[in-house]
Ligand binder design. Structure first.
Ligand code: ZN
Length: 162
């Protein structure tokens, strides 16, 4: 995770310069290659849905559209809401972070824990896991439930009061 530390440094240097980056970045897949998650500059990149600065890797998410545009979000709930509000958008791939390791993982194959006790940035209370067993343990701890991505995409989302 060397780049994260570097980006944090850059973000610190950029403090006071105001917010300039919209939640857009180009990340067209290289010819025939694997689609890469869109870059997030923590403390600087802005959520494409709510406009908040993205600070926490473990709750943030990203999507790559068919034309190569990358979208980044501070909360998995914000990504879900973005694609409900933009049915014309053609997502090529969705990405979330594995909650324990903060590594990017494909959203389609992740396990999600949903609980009002998970204090995600916008309060949707969603955390993603690469391993089902870890998701189940966390769900027990937070009195939540384990869902797959299809279930998360149709979840009734409201911002929990902390
Ligand atoms: Zn957001």
């Amino acid at each position: 995770m060397e780049w994260t530390r570097r980006d944090l440094l850059k973000a610190l240097l950029a403090l006071g310069m105001g917010v300039v980056a919209p939640g857009l970045a180009s990340c067209k897949p290289s010819s025939g290659g694997e689609v890469k998650p869109p870059p997030i500059r923590y403390g600087r990149s802005v959520c494409a849905t709510c406009g908040m600065i993205i600070n926490e890797a473990k709750y943030s998410a990203g999507a790559v559209l068919a034309e190569g545009t990358g979208l980044v979000f501070d909360d998995i709930g914000c990504m879900v809401l973005y694609f409900r509000a933009h049915p014309e958008a053609k997502p090529l791939a969705f990405f979330v972070h594995d909650y324990p390791t903060e590594a990017w993982i494909r959203a389609e194959s992740a396990f999600y824990v949903v609980s009002p006790r998970i204090l995600s940035p916008m309060g949707y209370g969603i955390a993603a896991f690469a391993q089902r067993s870890q998701a189940e343990g966390f769900a027990q701890e937070k009195q939540g439930q384990v869902l797959d991505f299809a279930q998360v995409r149709v979840l009734s989302l409201s911002q929990a009061q902390p």
